[in-house]
Design a protein around this ligand. Structure first.
Ligand code: PAF
Length: 284
């Protein structure tokens, strides 16, 4: 199989995308931070169904990490990532340096509200501003027709949808269902931080959310149901629970009883891994 072409500068990215555009062809963008797994490949495959070419970006974005977070130890494997992308029909890897994305003198930030408030936004206050900044730059650098993001990072997806609309960025934002291991654990690059014992316990997060979603869909009030989820995952060995919350599926406003499509979202620590997951809740 031919190696995947890699570009590292905005100019080279635009030259390739521009050539496709002049030929009347469409482009899908899959933004990632690398350490790619089957969840990312589902984004690439959906991109291939929606556009003539798929560009994947791999950039561990420093502006979305707080100083005490895992920027330095975030897993990096560019050659492995490139091989997987080539196998799944990606046409181009964009892997810029930090200096290319944030050159000397860079002084711009984006402030996000609405769906960025609460949930992960309360525990990682730096994150969604950094995501908005880098995703806006990637959109303007690549000018894709469509960009694909996983439902696993559901709050991130809603934040990206919101600022893309608010800033009139002409890119269609598409969510792709979470890919799970056979035991229900959502695929995540951070699962690499789990020991064997923690890995065996981690699927309880999804089991607890799925059980609670059925009760909420039947019309039960959120309060007691959410407390049961917290007790169940604490008993499974999650050492610290950031949140378990029921929110409106579009706005992410808090919900007490499900009337319209909602989302049950959670974040909790298993060992050194902060795991997040979410499930849809639709009134039965
Ligand atoms: O979800 C991710 O991998 C990142 O937050 C993203 C969207 C690529 C921005 O750095």
């Amino acid at each position: 199989m031919a190696p995947l072409p890699i570009v590292r500068t905005v100019a080279d990215l635009r030259a390739q995308v521009g050539a496709w555009r002049r030929a009347g062809e469409t482009v899908a963008l899959v933004p990632t931070m690398g350490a790619l797994h089957a969840g990312h490949m589902a984004l690439v495959e959906q991109g291939r169904r929606m556009a003539d070419h798929v560009v994947a970006s791999v950039f561990v974005n420093p502006t979305q990490f707080a100083p005490h977070e895992d920027f330095d130890r975030y897993p990096r494997d560019e050659s492995g990532d490139a091989a997987k992308l080539a196998q799944h029909g990606c046409g181009l890897l964009y892997a810029p340096s930090v200096a290319e994305m944030y050159p000397e003198g860079f002084a711009t930030a984006i402030s996000v509200g609405g769906p960025a408030e609460g949930l992960c936004g309360a525990f990682r206050p730096q994150m969604f501003g950094g995501v908005a900044l880098v995703v806006t730059k990637l959109f303007l650098q690549a000018l894709p027709d469509v960009a694909l993001f996983g439902d696993k990072d559901y709050q991130q997806l809603q934040v990206i949808r919101r600022f893309t609309r608010d800033l009139d960025i002409p890119v269609r934002v598409e969510g792709v269902p979470t890919v799970r291991e056979a035991d229900g654990l959502a695929l995540s690059s951070r699962n690499a931080y789990l020991s064997a014992d923690e890995r065996a316990r981690a699927p309880e997060l999804h089991r607890a959310l799925s059980g609670a979603a059925a009760e909420l869909a039947a019309g039960m009030a959120a309060g007691a149901v959410l407390e049961q989820v917290k007790a169940r995952i604490a008993a499974a060995g999650f050492r610290s629970i950031d949140y378990v919350e029921l929110r409106d599926a579009d706005t992410l406003a808090p919900v007490e009883r499900v009337e319209r499509p909602a989302r049950l979202l959670a974040a909790a620590w298993m060992g050194k891994a902060r795991l997040i997951d979410n499930v849809p809740v639709v009134r039965g």
